[in-house]
Design a protein. Structure first.
Length: 74
């Protein structure tokens, strides 16, 4: 699966993805990291089930924790 997507943040930073690849699969859902920042840290994800998008989220890192903000769920 190849998808191009752009994630824009309110602070003006934007990141453009390359090819998506499956990272984990659990209960038929596949987690796909879709966008990376300049340090190759993932900043956004898509969760799909049988090629149908289920959710889109932004990932934020701080204090050794990941905060996931769901932008939309289907």
């Amino acid at each position: 699966m190849k998808i191009r997507a752009e994630v824009s943040f309110r602070n003006g930073n934007s990141y453009t993805s390359g090819e998506m690849s499956g990272i984990t699969e659990k209960n038929g859902y596949c987690l796909l990291i879709k966008s990376y920042n300049k340090r190759n840290i993932p900043v956004a994800e898509l969760i799909i089930n049988k090629q149908e998008v289920k959710s889109i989220a932004i990932l934020e890192y701080g204090n050794n924790k990941i905060r996931r903000t769901i932008l939309s769920a289907f």
